[in-house]
Design a protein around this ligand. Structure first.
Ligand code: ADP
Ligand code: X2W
Length: 316
């Protein structure tokens, strides 16, 4: 007979609640998940946490516990995060008005300093700390702190306007190289890499990068099996204001049409564009799901009833 409970025998978010209620039903659930766990063991999944979600403390805690679960059963999750809302809040506090050009934040010196502090410092460390608090192991990969753990390198992003003119975005970057070895070494050591959407330019300065495109670059570099975007909508909708108009499976031509018609707008544009580019470069399964729905990540991975929108490539 066991005389003392083993660690983590109670729910990590509700310490008083024993796991052993309805034990038989729970064992059934475990057995049901066994096939999925086996299928996805050792598979790399890149999980992008959007800024809208980072503002929802309850949803975020549940998601991070799901990520700890994935790591515990032998999957290799990699977290990429944005934090657009938090940057805008910090800018407002500093009296700076945010300005967006084609979905990208115009980033002057002061905005860059704020983005580095919020993304690279506060949010990145906070996410890694919570993963550890919930029983997982995590490594915050930011350039701040005693050792430079940055894994993303890039160059200024060049955008062309409607009349062919160059659009000035300030210190906004695009990722040209990912330190794949460092990320993979962490995964294989059972640690969850946590990556902020900043990259280092050739002159050594950091650049602010759209987090959806960072997730894409990381997924491509490590040859991820899956890329999952967690946002604050149930997926891509035909009408962005109608949650009943969810598109379950979205092909590349249809997606391009929806962007042209303006049905896909705002922050959904870089997300869908990143999905299409990622598919073209070999990542097979890409999903946009609602991170506010409890266990949406696990439902997407470990059940047949996928939630949200799956983006699929052109038929061969
Ligand atoms: N067709 C669409 N379907 C779903 N959401 C859309 C669509 N077009 C625009 N959106 C908007 O895109 C937002 C998600 O993008 P964004 O705010 O950048 O998310 P995140 O911060 O999670 O990356 C949604 O909250 C929604 O308002
Ligand atoms: C260049 C650029 O636009 N960078 C983004 C980086 C954060 C981000 O993308 O956050 P979400 O995932 O919350 O949208 C920004 O400054 O908002």
């Amino acid at each position: 007979m066991r005389d003392s409970p083993r660690p983590h025998h109670t729910h990590p978010l509700e310490p008083g609640r024993p796991y052993v209620q309805d034990a038989i039903e729970k064992a059934d659930v475990l057995i049901e998940a066994m096939g999925w766990i086996r299928e996805f063991r050792d598979k790399v999944t890149v999980i992008k946490l959007g800024g809208s979600l980072l503002d929802d403390a309850d949803a975020l805690r549940h998601l991070l516990v799901d990520i700890v679960f994935m790591e515990t059963v032998g999957m290799r999750p990699i977290v990429v995060h944005g934090g657009g809302k938090a940057i805008s809040r910090a800018m407002a506090e500093a009296g700076v008005e945010p300005r967006f050009v084609e979905g990208r934040r115009y980033t002057d010196d002061q905005t860059l300093e704020i983005a580095c502090r919020v993304l690279g410092g506060e949010l990145n460390e906070w996410i890694a700390d919570r993963i550890e608090e919930f029983g997982g192991r995590a490594m915050p990969l930011n350039h701040l702190g005693e050792t430079d753990n940055n894994v993303l390198f890039g160059e200024p992003l060049k955008l062309t306007g409607a009349e062919g003119e160059e659009v000035d975005l300030g210190h906004v970057g695009t990722v040209t190289r990912v330190d794949r070895d460092s990320i993979e070494n962490l995964c294989y050591a059972g640690q969850v890499p946590v990556i902020p959407s900043l990259c280092r330019g050739a002159d050594g300065r950091m650049l602010n990068v759209n987090a959806d495109t960072v997730a894409m670059a990381v997924a491509q570099a490590v040859g991820a099996d899956k890329l999952v975007y967690l946002s604050d909508v149930n997926g891509v909708r035909l009408d962005k204001d109608d949650d009943g108009s969810l598109i379950h499976t979205l092909g590349a031509p249809e997606a391009r049409g929806l962007i042209e018609r303006g049905a896909i707008a705002g922050g959904m544009i870089p997300k869908v564009e990143a999905c299409l580019e990622t598919l073209a470069r070999g990542v097979r399964k890409i999903h946009i799901i609602d991170g506010r729905l409890r266990h949406s990540l696990l439902l997407e991975i470990y059940t047949n009833s996928g939630v949200g929108t799956m983006i699929v490539g052109e038929p061969e």
